[in-house]
Structure formats: C-alpha cells, structure tokens
Design a protein around this ligand. Structure first.
Ligand code: DX5
Ligand code: ZN
Length: 221
C-alpha cells in the first residue's frame, strides 16, 4: 500500500507513547477510532539519543493491523535498512535529509518497491535543503520538536516552515508535522498547510483514544 492520496487531512497516531507491551491492542484501538494510518517511530540511538523498534517488531505488528504503516526512520543509515522495512510491511518510509546520502536514489528505490517515500527535516534544518528533492516525494515531514522523544513542547518557529514547504510542493504532496501536536496546535499547523498530523502523547497518553482523536479532529475548523 501507499499513503492516502493528498487532499484529505489525516491523523497518524504515534505508537511512541503507546504501551509497547501490548502494541497490537493499542493499534487496534486507534484503528477502531477510524484513523487510516499509524506512525511508527524507529530510532537507532545514533541519529537520535533513544532506541525504539525495528523491522522484526513491525513485521509482527503487520499481521494484526490493516492500517497504513507510516514509518519514520530516525536512523543514521536509511539506505542500509530500507529494504528490511519494506519487507516488514511498511507502506511509507520517511527518512531524514540530514543523513541521506543520495535521496533521489532512495526515493526511486522505495517507489520501485511499491511504497511511498518521504523526506523529513529537523527544526534546525533549513527548508532550502529539501527544495530539489521534495517534488519527488509523496510527503515532506516537518519536525516540530527535536526528534528522539515523545511528549515534548511544540516549537512554533519550526512549525512555520510548513508554509514554505507547502509553497514548494503544491497541493499534491502531503505535508506532515510531528511533535507536540494536539487539539491546541493542530489549528495552527493546518492553517500553515499541514495535512498529516502525527500525535503521540495527545492520543496514547489519554485513556480514551477515540475521544482524543475526535478532540484533534474537532479542533480543525
Ligand atoms: C519524536 C517522534 C514523534 C513522537 C511525537 O521524535 O518522531 O513521532 O512520537 O510525540 P508527541 O506527539 O508526543 O510529541
Ligand atoms: Zn515521528
């Protein structure tokens, strides 16, 4: 599968704040709430100072969910591991511009495997750095916190980069935001042109996941 076609607003719950001991149940809860995709944060303890999950966990989770798997590779060598994530069953791979050696080549490879390819930039990384590669992607992910941990404070200046990114990509490529997204920050980023909203703590940090998702949905005018 691939990411949903641009033109709709999608909420992508991030499992980083879920209970990893019962991941399949946690994902089933957000699936029941009607989201189309789930955001899988992969960290290598090198590109970011934290370690999470890899292909074996994703491959097992794949058997329990029909959701679109939006994987966010916060790893130093995305080229080296991309195929392992494709084989695990992800539908999109987002890799970071800060570490990718040959982004067009990797994007092409992912497309040949039949999945979506997306590029991500950290709060400190200028939009200029993704200008040439963005039109080749299915989605551009603008980090609104420094990657590595959930439940951090939303960075308003980083979010403003969405305006510039949207100008570059036009209406047919998704613009995702990740970090500190909740019912208060959603109207801001949607106003800037974001259409794909990653939310970890604001969903999995709450007991009632359906209510949490609806709260974000209802915050969009
Ligand atoms: C941060 C991750 C995020 C994280 C967002 O490094 O990329 O996807 O889960 O978490 P919240 O929504 O809690 O800020
Ligand atoms: Zn993420």
């Amino acid at each position: 599968m691939r990411l949903p076609k641009a033109g709709t607003i999608e909420i992508a719950p991030s499992i980083l704040s879920a209970d990893f001991g019962k991941l399949a149940d946690e994902v089933a809860q957000v699936e029941a709430a009607g989201v189309k995709m789930v955001h899988l944060d992969v960290m290598d303890g090198h590109f970011v100072p934290n370690i999470t999950i890899g292909p074996p966990v994703i491959a097992k989770l794949r058997k329990h969910s029909k959701l679109i798997f939006d994987s966010h590779l916060m790893i130093s060598e995305p080229e080296k591991y991309a195929t392992a994530f494709v084989d695990a069953g992800v539908d999109n791979i987002t890799f970071h511009i800060e570490v990718a050696k040959n982004p067009p080549h990797l994007i092409d490879k992912l497309h040949k495997h039949g999945i979506s390819a997306s590029i991500c930039l950290n709060p400190e990384t200028p939009v200029e750095s993704i200008k040439d590669v963005a039109p080749l992607c299915d989605m551009v992910l603008v980090m609104t916190v420094r990657p590595g941990f959930g439940a951090q404070k939303f960075m308003p200046d980083a979010a403003k980069k969405v305006i510039e990114v949207r100008k570059i990509v036009g209406p047919h490529i998704r613009v995702e935001v990740d970090g500190g997204i909740d019912a208060a920050t959603t109207p801001i980023v949607v106003g800037y042109g974001a259409d794909t909203l990653v939310a970890g703590n604001a969903i999995f940090g709450k007991k009632d996941r359906t209510a949490a998702i609806n709260e974000i949905r209802n915050s969009i005018k």
